[in-house]
Design a protein around this ligand. Sequence first.
Ligand code: GAR
Length: 221
Amino acid sequence: MLQKIGIGVLVSGSGSNLQSIIDHIENGTLDAEIRVVLSNNPEAYALERCRKHRIPATVVDHRQFSSREEFDRRVIEILKTSGVDLVVMAGFMRILSPEFFRAFPRKILNIHPALLPAFPGTHVQQKAVEYGVKFSGCTVHFADEGVDTGPIIIQAVVPVREDDTADDLAARILKEEHRIYPQAIQYYAEGRIEIEGRKVRIRCDRRMEDIALHNPPLTRF
Ligand code: GAR
């Protein structure tokens, strides 16, 4: 029997990634326990999801703090007193200060709706559509002091279609986010993740096949 890791989930909005984590915990495929959910936004729908599932949730409204550091200190304090082993940012729209990374070294995960290092930052599905890339996707990575720069754990690739709006692409990506985030947390819970500099190694029996994707499809070659 695996020891369950205690996670703290940071949210700002809808919380569909939080929902996917909750669902996988409830159906027994993710060996984790949500110790606390923290939202910087009192209106976040994620808080409603917590109520429905009886998960402890706290609002720490960043507007009530005079500096980023002060806000972060309060969040760190709550995470520590809740006994959190791993911090999971799930649509958390705040940049963390260096103190946060010192408090949870290599223990903070983030999900980003693009294939990093392409399109870091915000409004990235719109940027991917405008740029004309043929594939995009999502990335789970360890957070570090840069913006979306930390070592990559897992990525999923989806096609970008010619008539896609940013919303179409976002929905296609989100479906994959809901699969790769629980998987990344489960790898972590099972102690399968090793970090060597920028590279993350997953101790796993299965290997990715040597496949290539083409968009548009090849008709001849
Ligand atoms: C997700 O697409 C997530 O990847 C993105 O915000 C959305 C949150 O959705 N996060 C970022 O852009 C972080 N830079 P959710 O609240 O429904 O999980």
